[in-house]
Design a protein around this ligand. Structure first.
Ligand code: 5RP
Length: 232
């Protein structure tokens, strides 16, 4: 099975949780793309749902598939968000934001009664941090903010390099127009402590740690899909 097959299989499992009338948060990235694709096929067959996209890329995909969309302003409470992750551990702590969308993804996930993660087995780790932690930062004072992030990471026991994300020599901007830094930490021994420290830094709009948000994950492996859940 290819990695794309595994991602699609995880997406298929999440699709089985979708019921008529649901208000759905639609994630971002290559795994979430499979979910939106499969959802589009169900909508074409008559399923009635409404979605809130977590990025302009997902909005464009959903629109192209004829999935009815709304906004969180019009629909502030959602039933379920389905999204990918860059890393997850067995306590359903996540790193997200590899696709630059973690702020909107977190807002949408937190507006949802449940967040379901879909991933292939390469995303499952014992300790978070191998994937660089994405950080959305406003332009004003970005260098000073970066220094504070560096100090916070060191104080949380995971010193590392904080690097501006660029593409073809230019800074990558989020859908909200902010900068992205990636914190190369290697290993985050205490994600809650790090998140607490990061939450107190002005200028840092949000970090890619999702703690206590996801309720269930479908992790597709070559041997089948593993379910990790915080509740029965
Ligand atoms: C985007 C994200 C994605 O969910 C994450 O990057 C996983 O993407 P993929 O499914 O392509 O590996 O957080 O901001």
């Amino acid at each position: 099975m290819s990695l794309e097959d595994l991602k699609r299989e995880a997406a298929r499992q999440a699709l089985a949780l979708v019921e008529p009338g649901m208000r759905l948060g639609l994630g971002t990235g290559s795994t979430a793309r499979h979910f939106v694709d499969l959802l589009g096929a169900r909508v074409r067959d008559g399923l009635k749902i409404v979605g809130v996209p977590t990025s302009e890329a997902t909005r464009a995909q959903a629109e192209s598939l004829g999935i009815p969309l709304t906004t969180l302003d019009a629909t502030p409470e959602l039933d379920m968000t389905v999204d990918g992750a860059d890393e997850l551990d067995r306590s359903l702590r996540l790193i997200k934001g590899g696709g630059a969308a973690h702020l909107r993804e977190k807002i949408v996930a937190c507006a949802s009664a449940r967040m379901v993660v879909i991933a292939d087995e390469t995303k499952l780790v014992d300790t978070l941090g191998r994937f660089p932690l994405p950080l959305e930062v406003v332009h004003f004072g970005a260098s000073a903010t970066r220094r504070r992030i560096e100090a916070a990471a060191a104080a949380a026991g995971c010193p590392g390099e904080i690097v501006l994300r660029t593409r073809e020599g230019a800074p990558v901007l989020t859908d909200g127009g902010n900068l992205l830094f990636d914190a190369r930490l290697g290993r985050i021994p205490d994600p809650e402590d790090l998140a607490d420290r990061l939450d107190r830094i002005p200028g840092l709009v949000d970090h890619g740690l999702f703690l206590g948000i996801a309720e269930r994950a479908f992790v597709a492996t070559a041997k089948g899909v593993v379910v990790i859940a915080t509740t029965g």
